[in-house]
Write a protein that binds this ligand. Structure first.
Ligand code: FAD
Length: 529
Protein backbone atom coordinates (compact mmCIF):
# COMPACT_ATOMS: atom_id res chain seq x y z
CA UNK A 1 0.00 0.00 0.00
CA UNK A 2 1.09 3.58 -0.67
CA UNK A 3 0.22 6.85 1.04
CA UNK A 4 1.88 10.23 1.60
CA UNK A 5 2.24 10.31 5.36
CA UNK A 6 2.13 7.53 7.96
CA UNK A 7 1.50 8.59 11.54
CA UNK A 8 2.25 6.02 14.22
CA UNK A 9 -0.03 6.42 17.27
CA UNK A 10 -3.48 7.95 17.71
CA UNK A 11 -3.04 10.07 20.84
CA UNK A 12 -3.56 13.82 20.64
CA UNK A 13 -0.24 14.43 18.88
CA UNK A 14 -0.86 11.80 16.19
CA UNK A 15 -4.40 12.99 15.55
CA UNK A 16 -3.42 16.66 15.37
CA UNK A 17 -0.63 15.75 12.94
CA UNK A 18 -3.08 13.77 10.82
CA UNK A 19 -5.54 16.65 10.52
CA UNK A 20 -2.76 19.15 9.82
CA UNK A 21 -1.24 16.89 7.15
CA UNK A 22 -4.63 16.48 5.41
CA UNK A 23 -5.07 20.25 5.38
CA UNK A 24 -1.67 20.52 3.71
CA UNK A 25 -3.00 18.27 0.97
CA UNK A 26 -1.54 14.87 1.88
CA UNK A 27 -3.06 11.42 2.00
CA UNK A 28 -2.71 10.24 5.58
CA UNK A 29 -2.77 6.88 7.33
CA UNK A 30 -2.75 6.67 11.15
CA UNK A 31 -1.78 3.30 12.59
CA UNK A 32 -2.73 2.61 16.21
CA UNK A 33 -1.64 -0.38 18.25
CA UNK A 34 -4.68 -0.43 20.55
CA UNK A 35 -8.31 -1.35 19.96
CA UNK A 36 -9.13 2.11 21.34
CA UNK A 37 -7.52 5.42 20.58
CA UNK A 38 -6.49 8.39 22.67
CA UNK A 39 -3.45 6.88 24.39
CA UNK A 40 -2.20 8.61 27.52
CA UNK A 41 -3.95 11.77 26.34
CA UNK A 42 -7.38 10.29 27.11
CA UNK A 43 -6.31 9.53 30.67
CA UNK A 44 -4.80 12.97 31.11
CA UNK A 45 -6.12 16.25 32.43
CA UNK A 46 -5.55 17.60 28.94
CA UNK A 47 -3.82 20.71 30.23
CA UNK A 48 -1.82 22.48 27.54
CA UNK A 49 1.02 24.83 28.46
CA UNK A 50 0.95 27.14 25.47
CA UNK A 51 2.77 30.41 26.24
CA UNK A 52 1.82 33.45 24.20
CA UNK A 53 -1.70 32.14 23.52
CA UNK A 54 -4.23 34.80 22.60
CA UNK A 55 -6.76 33.65 25.22
CA UNK A 56 -4.73 35.46 27.85
CA UNK A 57 -5.53 38.89 26.43
CA UNK A 58 -9.16 37.93 25.85
CA UNK A 59 -9.47 36.96 29.51
CA UNK A 60 -7.93 40.15 30.82
CA UNK A 61 -4.69 38.40 31.78
CA UNK A 62 -1.53 40.44 31.13
CA UNK A 63 -0.18 39.37 27.77
CA UNK A 64 2.78 37.13 27.17
CA UNK A 65 5.42 36.89 24.49
CA UNK A 66 7.53 34.15 22.98
CA UNK A 67 10.61 36.03 24.25
CA UNK A 68 9.40 35.94 27.87
CA UNK A 69 8.58 32.25 27.61
CA UNK A 70 12.00 31.56 26.09
CA UNK A 71 13.75 33.49 28.87
CA UNK A 72 11.85 31.30 31.36
CA UNK A 73 12.75 28.04 29.61
CA UNK A 74 16.38 29.12 29.22
CA UNK A 75 16.57 30.01 32.92
CA UNK A 76 15.25 26.56 33.87
CA UNK A 77 17.31 24.61 31.33
CA UNK A 78 20.24 22.52 32.48
CA UNK A 79 21.38 21.67 28.95
CA UNK A 80 23.30 24.17 26.86
CA UNK A 81 23.30 22.06 23.69
CA UNK A 82 22.62 24.03 20.51
CA UNK A 83 19.93 21.56 19.39
CA UNK A 84 18.03 21.95 22.66
CA UNK A 85 18.37 25.74 22.56
CA UNK A 86 16.92 25.88 19.06
CA UNK A 87 14.12 23.49 20.05
CA UNK A 88 13.20 25.73 22.98
CA UNK A 89 13.11 28.75 20.68
CA UNK A 90 11.00 26.86 18.12
CA UNK A 91 8.58 25.71 20.84
CA UNK A 92 8.02 29.19 22.24
CA UNK A 93 7.51 30.62 18.71
CA UNK A 94 5.04 27.91 17.70
CA UNK A 95 3.03 27.39 20.92
CA UNK A 96 0.72 30.32 20.16
CA UNK A 97 0.29 29.09 16.57
CA UNK A 98 -0.90 25.72 17.83
CA UNK A 99 -3.33 27.38 20.27
CA UNK A 100 -4.70 29.42 17.34
CA UNK A 101 -4.82 26.29 15.13
CA UNK A 102 -6.95 24.50 17.74
CA UNK A 103 -9.26 27.48 18.15
CA UNK A 104 -9.69 28.13 14.45
CA UNK A 105 -10.45 24.41 14.13
CA UNK A 106 -13.34 25.22 16.53
CA UNK A 107 -11.91 23.18 19.37
CA UNK A 108 -13.05 25.10 22.46
CA UNK A 109 -10.22 26.05 24.81
CA UNK A 110 -10.31 27.87 28.12
CA UNK A 111 -7.70 29.29 30.45
CA UNK A 112 -7.12 27.34 33.68
CA UNK A 113 -7.59 30.35 35.93
CA UNK A 114 -5.01 31.22 38.60
CA UNK A 115 -2.73 28.29 37.71
CA UNK A 116 0.85 29.61 37.71
CA UNK A 117 3.92 28.22 35.97
CA UNK A 118 5.69 25.54 38.02
CA UNK A 119 8.56 27.89 38.99
CA UNK A 120 6.69 31.17 39.41
CA UNK A 121 9.69 33.00 40.84
CA UNK A 122 11.98 32.39 37.86
CA UNK A 123 12.55 35.11 35.24
CA UNK A 124 9.91 35.04 32.51
CA UNK A 125 7.40 32.98 34.56
CA UNK A 126 3.70 33.88 34.56
CA UNK A 127 1.25 33.65 37.41
CA UNK A 128 -1.54 32.46 35.13
CA UNK A 129 -2.74 32.17 31.55
CA UNK A 130 -0.24 29.85 29.89
CA UNK A 131 -2.11 26.67 30.82
CA UNK A 132 -5.22 25.99 28.75
CA UNK A 133 -7.61 23.07 28.61
CA UNK A 134 -10.22 21.82 26.19
CA UNK A 135 -13.75 22.74 27.21
CA UNK A 136 -15.97 19.79 28.17
CA UNK A 137 -17.83 18.42 25.18
CA UNK A 138 -20.13 15.59 24.21
CA UNK A 139 -18.53 12.98 21.92
CA UNK A 140 -20.13 14.02 18.63
CA UNK A 141 -18.99 10.88 16.86
CA UNK A 142 -20.66 7.92 15.19
CA UNK A 143 -21.32 5.31 17.89
CA UNK A 144 -18.82 3.00 16.20
CA UNK A 145 -16.03 5.55 16.79
CA UNK A 146 -17.35 6.84 20.12
CA UNK A 147 -16.90 3.31 21.49
CA UNK A 148 -13.32 3.38 20.29
CA UNK A 149 -12.30 6.26 22.55
CA UNK A 150 -10.11 5.09 25.41
CA UNK A 151 -12.03 5.57 28.65
CA UNK A 152 -10.53 8.27 30.84
CA UNK A 153 -8.74 7.01 33.96
CA UNK A 154 -10.44 7.51 37.29
CA UNK A 155 -7.55 9.71 38.35
CA UNK A 156 -7.92 12.74 40.58
CA UNK A 157 -7.49 15.76 38.34
CA UNK A 158 -4.82 18.38 38.98
CA UNK A 159 -6.98 21.42 38.59
CA UNK A 160 -7.27 22.86 42.06
CA UNK A 161 -9.02 21.49 45.05
CA UNK A 162 -12.39 23.13 44.64
CA UNK A 163 -12.55 22.22 40.96
CA UNK A 164 -11.79 18.64 41.98
CA UNK A 165 -14.59 18.53 44.47
CA UNK A 166 -17.03 19.91 41.92
CA UNK A 167 -15.92 17.67 39.08
CA UNK A 168 -17.87 14.51 39.96
CA UNK A 169 -21.10 16.51 39.74
CA UNK A 170 -20.57 17.31 36.09
CA UNK A 171 -22.87 14.79 34.45
CA UNK A 172 -24.56 14.36 31.09
CA UNK A 173 -22.03 12.05 29.44
CA UNK A 174 -19.66 14.92 28.76
CA UNK A 175 -16.01 14.30 28.00
CA UNK A 176 -13.56 16.34 30.03
CA UNK A 177 -10.12 17.66 29.24
CA UNK A 178 -7.87 15.01 27.63
CA UNK A 179 -10.81 12.90 26.45
CA UNK A 180 -12.49 15.99 25.01
CA UNK A 181 -9.33 16.95 23.10
CA UNK A 182 -8.96 13.47 21.61
CA UNK A 183 -12.64 13.26 20.66
CA UNK A 184 -12.57 16.68 18.96
CA UNK A 185 -9.39 15.89 17.03
CA UNK A 186 -10.73 12.49 16.02
CA UNK A 187 -13.92 14.07 14.67
CA UNK A 188 -11.87 16.41 12.50
CA UNK A 189 -9.61 13.60 11.34
CA UNK A 190 -12.56 11.44 10.29
CA UNK A 191 -14.27 14.44 8.69
CA UNK A 192 -11.24 15.09 6.52
CA UNK A 193 -10.81 11.49 5.33
CA UNK A 194 -7.85 10.50 7.41
CA UNK A 195 -7.59 6.72 7.33
CA UNK A 196 -7.19 5.14 10.78
CA UNK A 197 -6.22 1.52 11.38
CA UNK A 198 -6.82 0.25 14.92
CA UNK A 199 -5.15 -2.87 16.34
CA UNK A 200 -2.34 -2.27 13.87
CA UNK A 201 1.01 -1.84 15.65
CA UNK A 202 4.14 -0.62 13.93
CA UNK A 203 6.55 -3.54 13.84
CA UNK A 204 9.46 -1.99 11.91
CA UNK A 205 10.47 0.79 9.55
CA UNK A 206 10.91 0.15 5.83
CA UNK A 207 14.35 1.36 4.83
CA UNK A 208 16.00 2.36 1.61
CA UNK A 209 19.68 2.71 2.41
CA UNK A 210 19.70 5.03 5.42
CA UNK A 211 16.33 6.60 4.57
CA UNK A 212 12.90 5.66 5.87
CA UNK A 213 10.43 4.94 3.09
CA UNK A 214 7.53 3.51 5.09
CA UNK A 215 6.51 1.09 7.81
CA UNK A 216 5.65 -2.53 8.37
CA UNK A 217 2.41 -2.93 10.30
CA UNK A 218 0.90 -6.01 11.88
CA UNK A 219 -2.69 -6.11 10.67
CA UNK A 220 -5.17 -8.94 11.17
CA UNK A 221 -2.32 -11.35 11.71
CA UNK A 222 -0.38 -10.34 8.59
CA UNK A 223 2.63 -8.08 8.05
CA UNK A 224 1.51 -5.21 5.81
CA UNK A 225 4.04 -2.90 4.16
CA UNK A 226 2.98 0.72 3.74
CA UNK A 227 5.09 3.13 1.68
CA UNK A 228 5.01 6.77 2.81
CA UNK A 229 6.06 9.11 0.00
CA UNK A 230 6.50 12.12 2.31
CA UNK A 231 7.51 10.47 5.55
CA UNK A 232 6.71 8.76 8.83
CA UNK A 233 5.93 10.56 12.10
CA UNK A 234 6.41 8.60 15.32
CA UNK A 235 3.74 9.73 17.81
CA UNK A 236 3.58 6.48 19.73
CA UNK A 237 4.55 7.67 23.22
CA UNK A 238 7.52 6.63 25.36
CA UNK A 239 8.34 3.37 27.16
CA UNK A 240 6.40 3.76 30.39
CA UNK A 241 4.60 0.40 30.20
CA UNK A 242 7.68 -1.70 29.34
CA UNK A 243 9.20 -3.08 32.55
CA UNK A 244 12.41 -4.21 30.88
CA UNK A 245 13.13 -0.78 29.38
CA UNK A 246 12.24 0.89 32.68
CA UNK A 247 14.77 -1.31 34.47
CA UNK A 248 17.39 -0.57 31.83
CA UNK A 249 17.02 3.22 31.82
CA UNK A 250 15.05 4.71 34.73
CA UNK A 251 16.34 5.14 38.31
CA UNK A 252 15.75 2.07 40.46
CA UNK A 253 13.58 0.71 41.85
CA UNK A 254 10.93 1.15 39.18
CA UNK A 255 7.73 -0.55 38.16
CA UNK A 256 5.44 -0.31 35.17
CA UNK A 257 2.61 -0.49 37.73
CA UNK A 258 3.58 3.01 38.93
CA UNK A 259 2.79 4.77 35.67
CA UNK A 260 -0.51 6.55 35.23
CA UNK A 261 0.29 6.78 31.51
CA UNK A 262 -0.15 3.74 29.37
CA UNK A 263 0.43 5.12 25.89
CA UNK A 264 3.94 3.96 25.14
CA UNK A 265 5.64 0.58 25.17
CA UNK A 266 8.96 1.54 23.60
CA UNK A 267 8.01 1.27 19.90
CA UNK A 268 9.79 4.53 19.02
CA UNK A 269 13.03 3.45 20.73
CA UNK A 270 12.96 0.14 18.88
CA UNK A 271 12.31 1.89 15.55
CA UNK A 272 15.14 4.31 16.30
CA UNK A 273 17.58 1.42 16.73
CA UNK A 274 17.00 0.43 13.10
CA UNK A 275 18.28 3.80 11.85
CA UNK A 276 20.96 4.37 14.51
CA UNK A 277 19.07 7.34 15.88
CA UNK A 278 20.54 9.23 18.83
CA UNK A 279 18.65 8.91 22.11
CA UNK A 280 18.58 11.16 25.20
CA UNK A 281 16.91 11.84 28.57
CA UNK A 282 16.33 8.11 29.05
CA UNK A 283 16.56 8.35 32.85
CA UNK A 284 13.85 11.02 33.04
CA UNK A 285 10.08 10.80 33.34
CA UNK A 286 7.15 13.09 34.05
CA UNK A 287 7.42 12.09 37.70
CA UNK A 288 4.40 12.26 39.93
CA UNK A 289 4.01 10.66 43.37
CA UNK A 290 1.35 7.94 43.17
CA UNK A 291 -0.41 5.39 45.37
CA UNK A 292 -1.62 1.95 44.36
CA UNK A 293 -5.17 0.71 44.80
CA UNK A 294 -5.81 -2.79 43.54
CA UNK A 295 -2.51 -2.58 41.68
CA UNK A 296 -3.55 0.55 39.75
CA UNK A 297 -1.56 3.79 40.12
CA UNK A 298 -3.38 6.97 41.15
CA UNK A 299 -1.78 10.41 41.35
CA UNK A 300 -1.83 12.16 44.72
CA UNK A 301 -1.78 15.70 43.38
CA UNK A 302 -4.58 16.85 45.63
CA UNK A 303 -4.13 14.57 48.65
CA UNK A 304 -0.45 15.38 49.23
CA UNK A 305 -1.00 19.15 48.95
CA UNK A 306 -4.17 19.42 51.05
CA UNK A 307 -3.75 20.40 54.72
CA UNK A 308 -3.74 17.86 57.58
CA UNK A 309 -1.27 15.45 55.97
CA UNK A 310 2.47 14.95 55.58
CA UNK A 311 4.84 12.61 53.75
CA UNK A 312 7.53 10.72 55.67
CA UNK A 313 10.22 8.19 54.83
CA UNK A 314 10.78 4.82 56.50
CA UNK A 315 12.57 6.54 59.40
CA UNK A 316 9.44 8.62 59.96
CA UNK A 317 11.19 11.80 58.79
CA UNK A 318 9.78 14.50 56.54
CA UNK A 319 12.13 15.19 53.63
CA UNK A 320 10.15 17.05 50.94
CA UNK A 321 7.74 19.93 50.43
CA UNK A 322 4.67 17.75 49.86
CA UNK A 323 3.06 20.47 47.73
CA UNK A 324 5.83 20.97 45.19
CA UNK A 325 5.25 20.10 41.51
CA UNK A 326 5.10 16.36 40.80
CA UNK A 327 8.32 16.43 38.77
CA UNK A 328 10.55 17.70 41.55
CA UNK A 329 8.68 15.76 44.28
CA UNK A 330 9.21 12.50 42.36
CA UNK A 331 12.89 13.25 41.77
CA UNK A 332 13.34 14.04 45.45
CA UNK A 333 11.96 10.58 46.34
CA UNK A 334 14.79 8.98 44.38
CA UNK A 335 17.50 11.40 45.58
CA UNK A 336 16.54 10.65 49.18
CA UNK A 337 16.39 6.88 48.72
CA UNK A 338 19.75 5.94 50.21
CA UNK A 339 19.30 2.78 52.28
CA UNK A 340 15.86 2.29 50.67
CA UNK A 341 14.46 5.06 52.85
CA UNK A 342 11.93 6.73 50.63
CA UNK A 343 10.72 4.31 47.95
CA UNK A 344 8.06 3.81 49.07
CA UNK A 345 7.31 6.78 51.34
CA UNK A 346 4.15 7.20 53.39
CA UNK A 347 1.40 9.79 53.25
CA UNK A 348 -0.02 10.21 56.77
CA UNK A 349 -3.30 12.12 57.13
CA UNK A 350 -5.71 12.73 59.96
CA UNK A 351 -9.46 12.28 59.96
CA UNK A 352 -10.16 15.87 58.90
CA UNK A 353 -8.20 15.26 55.71
CA UNK A 354 -10.07 11.99 55.10
CA UNK A 355 -13.43 13.69 55.58
CA UNK A 356 -12.74 16.70 53.37
CA UNK A 357 -10.41 15.73 50.54
CA UNK A 358 -10.14 12.99 47.94
CA UNK A 359 -7.43 10.38 48.49
CA UNK A 360 -6.35 8.66 45.28
CA UNK A 361 -9.52 7.03 43.91
CA UNK A 362 -11.52 7.51 47.13
CA UNK A 363 -13.98 10.32 47.62
CA UNK A 364 -13.88 12.44 50.79
CA UNK A 365 -15.35 10.53 53.71
CA UNK A 366 -15.08 7.06 52.18
CA UNK A 367 -13.38 4.36 54.22
CA UNK A 368 -13.12 1.50 51.75
CA UNK A 369 -12.98 -1.76 53.67
CA UNK A 370 -11.57 -3.77 50.80
CA UNK A 371 -8.62 -1.37 50.43
CA UNK A 372 -7.89 -1.57 54.16
CA UNK A 373 -8.03 -5.37 54.05
CA UNK A 374 -5.81 -5.46 50.96
CA UNK A 375 -3.19 -3.29 52.69
CA UNK A 376 -3.58 -0.39 50.22
CA UNK A 377 -4.95 1.90 52.92
CA UNK A 378 -4.14 1.92 56.65
CA UNK A 379 -6.26 3.25 59.54
CA UNK A 380 -5.33 3.34 63.23
CA UNK A 381 -6.60 5.13 66.34
CA UNK A 382 -3.10 6.36 67.24
CA UNK A 383 0.04 7.37 65.37
CA UNK A 384 1.92 4.75 67.36
CA UNK A 385 -0.22 1.94 65.99
CA UNK A 386 -0.18 3.43 62.51
CA UNK A 387 3.63 3.47 62.54
CA UNK A 388 3.71 -0.15 63.62
CA UNK A 389 1.39 -1.38 60.88
CA UNK A 390 3.34 0.61 58.23
CA UNK A 391 6.76 -0.57 59.46
CA UNK A 392 7.81 3.07 59.98
CA UNK A 393 10.04 4.14 62.88
CA UNK A 394 7.61 5.15 65.66
CA UNK A 395 9.74 7.77 67.41
CA UNK A 396 10.63 9.28 64.04
CA UNK A 397 7.00 9.58 63.01
CA UNK A 398 5.81 11.01 66.33
CA UNK A 399 8.63 13.57 66.32
CA UNK A 400 7.84 14.60 62.73
CA UNK A 401 4.13 15.02 63.45
CA UNK A 402 4.78 17.11 66.57
CA UNK A 403 7.17 19.37 64.62
CA UNK A 404 4.76 19.56 61.67
CA UNK A 405 1.86 20.54 63.93
CA UNK A 406 3.88 23.41 65.35
CA UNK A 407 4.66 24.67 61.84
CA UNK A 408 0.98 24.33 60.95
CA UNK A 409 -0.01 26.39 63.99
CA UNK A 410 2.27 29.18 62.83
CA UNK A 411 1.09 28.78 59.23
CA UNK A 412 4.69 28.71 58.00
CA UNK A 413 6.69 25.68 56.95
CA UNK A 414 10.19 26.86 57.82
CA UNK A 415 11.54 23.36 57.10
CA UNK A 416 10.44 22.86 53.47
CA UNK A 417 8.50 25.98 52.46
CA UNK A 418 5.18 24.20 51.85
CA UNK A 419 2.52 26.65 50.74
CA UNK A 420 4.94 29.48 50.04
CA UNK A 421 4.88 29.48 46.23
CA UNK A 422 1.91 30.47 44.09
CA UNK A 423 2.10 26.96 42.61
CA UNK A 424 1.58 25.28 46.01
CA UNK A 425 -1.25 27.62 46.92
CA UNK A 426 -3.20 26.91 43.72
CA UNK A 427 -3.58 23.29 44.78
CA UNK A 428 -4.25 24.01 48.46
CA UNK A 429 -7.54 24.60 50.26
CA UNK A 430 -8.62 28.21 49.60
CA UNK A 431 -10.75 28.18 52.73
CA UNK A 432 -7.55 28.22 54.82
CA UNK A 433 -6.43 31.82 54.53
CA UNK A 434 -3.05 31.80 56.28
CA UNK A 435 -1.55 28.86 54.46
CA UNK A 436 -3.88 26.81 52.22
CA UNK A 437 -1.48 23.82 52.33
CA UNK A 438 -0.83 23.56 56.07
CA UNK A 439 -3.04 22.15 58.81
CA UNK A 440 -2.26 20.07 61.88
CA UNK A 441 -2.37 16.26 61.87
CA UNK A 442 -4.12 15.65 65.18
CA UNK A 443 -7.62 14.20 64.71
CA UNK A 444 -8.17 10.48 65.17
CA UNK A 445 -8.31 8.09 63.49
CA UNK A 446 -5.17 8.45 61.40
CA UNK A 447 -4.86 7.17 57.86
CA UNK A 448 -1.88 6.28 55.70
CA UNK A 449 -0.86 4.86 52.35
CA UNK A 450 2.35 4.03 50.54
CA UNK A 451 3.66 6.59 48.04
CA UNK A 452 5.75 5.60 45.00
CA UNK A 453 7.72 7.73 42.51
CA UNK A 454 5.25 7.21 39.67
CA UNK A 455 5.05 8.98 36.35
CA UNK A 456 2.65 10.27 33.72
CA UNK A 457 4.94 8.94 30.97
CA UNK A 458 8.65 8.76 30.23
CA UNK A 459 10.70 11.68 28.88
CA UNK A 460 13.49 9.83 27.11
CA UNK A 461 13.42 9.07 23.43
CA UNK A 462 14.81 9.84 20.00
CA UNK A 463 16.78 13.05 19.62
CA UNK A 464 14.96 15.42 17.28
CA UNK A 465 15.82 18.87 15.99
CA UNK A 466 13.63 21.98 15.90
CA UNK A 467 11.93 20.58 12.76
CA UNK A 468 11.08 17.37 14.68
CA UNK A 469 13.41 15.39 12.37
CA UNK A 470 14.98 12.35 14.02
CA UNK A 471 18.77 12.80 14.30
CA UNK A 472 21.60 10.29 14.23
CA UNK A 473 24.51 10.37 16.65
CA UNK A 474 26.40 12.71 14.28
CA UNK A 475 23.44 15.16 14.31
CA UNK A 476 22.44 14.48 10.70
CA UNK A 477 18.72 13.88 10.14
CA UNK A 478 17.38 10.45 9.20
CA UNK A 479 15.60 11.13 5.87
CA UNK A 480 11.89 10.37 6.04
CA UNK A 481 11.56 10.13 9.85
CA UNK A 482 10.06 12.61 12.33
CA UNK A 483 9.10 12.12 16.01
CA UNK A 484 7.17 14.00 18.68
CA UNK A 485 5.89 13.86 22.26
CA UNK A 486 6.90 10.85 24.32
CA UNK A 487 8.61 9.28 21.29
CA UNK A 488 11.18 12.09 21.29
CA UNK A 489 13.69 13.12 23.96
CA UNK A 490 11.89 15.81 25.95
CA UNK A 491 12.87 19.36 25.18
CA UNK A 492 12.45 20.15 28.88
CA UNK A 493 15.06 17.65 30.11
CA UNK A 494 14.64 17.14 33.83
CA UNK A 495 12.61 20.33 34.31
CA UNK A 496 8.86 20.94 34.37
CA UNK A 497 8.00 24.48 33.26
CA UNK A 498 4.23 24.41 33.58
CA UNK A 499 1.22 22.18 33.95
CA UNK A 500 0.47 20.91 30.46
CA UNK A 501 4.02 21.09 29.14
CA UNK A 502 4.11 17.42 28.06
CA UNK A 503 1.04 17.57 25.91
CA UNK A 504 1.83 21.03 24.57
CA UNK A 505 5.31 19.94 23.46
CA UNK A 506 3.81 16.83 21.82
CA UNK A 507 1.34 18.95 19.82
CA UNK A 508 3.88 21.60 18.86
CA UNK A 509 6.41 18.98 17.72
CA UNK A 510 3.74 17.09 15.80
CA UNK A 511 2.63 20.29 14.08
CA UNK A 512 6.17 21.36 13.18
CA UNK A 513 7.02 17.87 11.93
CA UNK A 514 4.06 17.75 9.57
CA UNK A 515 4.69 21.27 8.28
CA UNK A 516 8.34 20.36 7.74
CA UNK A 517 7.60 17.18 5.80
CA UNK A 518 5.40 19.36 3.61
CA UNK A 519 8.36 21.71 2.97
CA UNK A 520 6.44 24.61 4.53
CA UNK A 521 8.36 25.21 7.75
CA UNK A 522 10.63 27.99 6.45
CA UNK A 523 7.59 29.93 5.30
CA UNK A 524 5.88 29.57 8.69
CA UNK A 525 9.02 30.39 10.67
CA UNK A 526 9.66 33.47 8.54
CA UNK A 527 6.14 34.68 9.23
CA UNK A 528 6.71 34.17 12.96
CA UNK A 529 10.06 35.91 13.18
C1 FAD B 1 -3.24 10.81 34.51
C2 FAD B 1 -2.43 11.65 33.55
C3 FAD B 1 -2.59 13.01 33.53
C4 FAD B 1 -1.84 13.77 32.65
N1 FAD B 1 -2.11 15.10 32.58
C5 FAD B 1 -1.42 15.84 31.70
C6 FAD B 1 -1.74 17.21 31.51
O1 FAD B 1 -2.71 17.73 32.08
N2 FAD B 1 -1.00 17.92 30.64
C7 FAD B 1 0.07 17.38 29.99
O2 FAD B 1 0.76 18.09 29.27
N3 FAD B 1 0.35 16.08 30.09
C8 FAD B 1 -0.37 15.30 30.92
N4 FAD B 1 -0.10 13.98 30.98
C9 FAD B 1 0.90 13.43 30.05
C10 FAD B 1 0.26 13.42 28.65
O3 FAD B 1 -0.96 12.73 28.70
C11 FAD B 1 1.15 12.81 27.58
O4 FAD B 1 2.40 13.43 27.61
C12 FAD B 1 0.52 13.03 26.21
O5 FAD B 1 -0.77 12.47 26.21
C13 FAD B 1 1.34 12.43 25.12
O6 FAD B 1 0.57 12.49 23.94
P1 FAD B 1 1.00 11.63 22.70
O7 FAD B 1 0.00 11.85 21.63
O8 FAD B 1 2.45 11.87 22.40
O9 FAD B 1 0.95 10.12 23.24
P2 FAD B 1 -0.26 9.20 23.63
O10 FAD B 1 -1.49 9.99 23.91
O11 FAD B 1 0.21 8.26 24.70
O12 FAD B 1 -0.51 8.39 22.31
C14 FAD B 1 0.39 7.41 21.84
C15 FAD B 1 -0.41 6.40 21.07
O13 FAD B 1 0.51 5.54 20.38
C16 FAD B 1 0.01 4.22 20.42
N5 FAD B 1 1.10 3.27 20.18
C17 FAD B 1 2.05 2.85 21.03
N6 FAD B 1 2.85 1.94 20.43
C18 FAD B 1 2.40 1.79 19.16
C19 FAD B 1 2.81 1.02 18.04
N7 FAD B 1 3.84 0.14 18.12
N8 FAD B 1 2.12 1.13 16.88
C20 FAD B 1 1.06 1.99 16.79
N9 FAD B 1 0.62 2.75 17.81
C21 FAD B 1 1.29 2.66 18.98
C22 FAD B 1 -0.59 4.12 21.82
O14 FAD B 1 -1.50 3.05 21.91
C23 FAD B 1 -1.26 5.49 21.96
O15 FAD B 1 -2.59 5.50 21.52
C24 FAD B 1 -0.87 13.19 31.82
C25 FAD B 1 -0.72 11.81 31.81
C26 FAD B 1 -1.50 11.05 32.66
C27 FAD B 1 -1.36 9.57 32.57
Amino acid sequence: MRTDVVIVGAGAAGLLAAVAARRLGHQVLVIERGATLGGATSASDGHLWLPGNDLMGRNGIPSDTAEEALAYLDALARSDSAVMASRRAAFTRTAAVVARWLRTSKIGLEVVRSLPDCSPDVEGAKLQGRTLRTKPTAAKLDPEWAERLRAPAAAAPRSGLLATLRRPFRGGGELNSGGALVSELLRRALGSDVEIWLESPLTSLLLDGGAVRGVTVEREGAAVEVEAARGVLLACGGFETDQELRERYLPQPTSAAWTTGGGGEGAALRAGLQVEAAVAELDQAWWTPVMLADGVAHPLDVARVAPHGLIVDRAGDRYVNEAEPGGSAGRRMYEHNWGDRSVPSFLIVDNRHRKQYPLGPWAPGASPKAAIEAGDLFRAPTLDELAESLGVDRAGLLGSVVAFNQLAKRGKDTDFGRGESAWDRFFGDPLLRRNPCLGGVDRQPYWALRVYPGDAGTKGGLVIDQRSRVLRGDSTPVPGLWACGGSAASLFGDTEPGDGAALAAALVEAYRGVVDLSDQLERIDEALS
